[in-house]
Ligand binder design. Structure first.
Ligand code: OAD
Length: 248
């Protein structure tokens, strides 16, 4: 449920803003059919992070980890961008200084046509060498669904390949993180569809506020960020963002 007033107030702010940054999380892809991580039907309710999304898990049981990622790739391959992705893509095309930073690995922002997308947690459609070998590029694209063999290999050294996503306990790519912090220096910062629990991504909301941004949250629920932002809009990203767009 959205209240009309904050949506109008945000639209008015956006009309006067030069730099706008939107941080997205799993909630933005929920309407496309991609499961979120937390919440009643979240992936981390059914699966254990330590068994599937850490380098230790991959070292121990690469097949189990790849089975899970192969299943998620199949799921995501069947999903299409929704209205939230479309609005954000349109903004990125229309305004050179409006940025999208995403924690999502599904690439739906890219498929919607978002320009200058900052992907903080990597992409489920990319791989890197687990070894790592010095002949392979840092990451390469591989959209095969399903894989011809259960365990994909580095085409350069034949060692195991891994999904080029950021696992728990791993640092974010320094260039992506720097780009995200640069984007946090903006007039309006919107956190959409994220529980704001995973750092350093969640810290961008505070970073933006500390640098003078007007901060906004769009979420179905109250999160750990709700009390700290200037305006918390309770609603679905795929509904609220088109409402805002219609007012711009
Ligand atoms: P979460 O699953 O933690 O949170 C999803 C948020 O989206 C929740 O706050 C929901 O209330 C909200 N939500 C659900 N549907 C929505 C909708 N239609 N519109 C608006 N909000 C909606 O997902 P993230 O915050 O993205 O990291 O999780 C952050 C990171 O934790 C992920 O990138 C992933 C995960 O473990 C790694 O794997 C490193």
């Amino acid at each position: 449920m959205t209240t009309d007033h904050p949506v109008r107030a945000l639209a008015a702010r956006l009309r006067g803003a030069r730099r706008v940054t939107v941080l997205t999380g799993a909630g933005v892809s929920a309407a496309s059919g991609v499961p979120t991580f937390r919440g009643p039907n979240g992936l981390w309710r059914r699966y254990r992070v330590e068994e599937l999304a850490t380098p230790q898990a991959f070292a121990r049981e690469p097949r189990l980890v790849w089975d899970w990622y192969a299943w998620r790739r199949e799921q995501i391959a069947a999903c299409r961008p929704n209205r939230a992705h479309e609005v954000l893509a349109a903004w990125s095309v229309r305004h050179a200084a409006w940025r999208v930073i995403t924690q999502n690995v599904d690439d739906l922002h890219l498929r919607a046509g978002t320009r200058e997308l900052i992907r903080l947690h990597g992409s489920i459609w990319e791989m890197s060498c687990w070894a790592p070998c010095d002949r392979a590029p840092r990451r390469w694209r591989d959209e095969r669904v399903p894989f011809p063999e259960p365990l994909p290999r580095c085409p350069h050294c034949a060692a195991l390949a891994r999904p080029a996503v950021v696992w728990f306990g791993e640092p974010l790519n320094a260039r992506d993180l720097r780009a995200a912090h640069e984007a946090a220096a903006c007039d309006v910062f919107i956190a959409a569809g994220t529980s704001a629990l995973v750092y350093p991504a969640a810290g961008l909301i505070d970073a933006a506020r500390a640098r003078g941004a007007f901060t906004v949250e769009i979420n179905l629920e109250t999160t750990s960020a709700s009390a700290a932002v200037d305006v918390a809009i309770q609603g679905a990203a795929e509904e609220v963002l088109p409402e805002i767009e219609a007012l711009l």
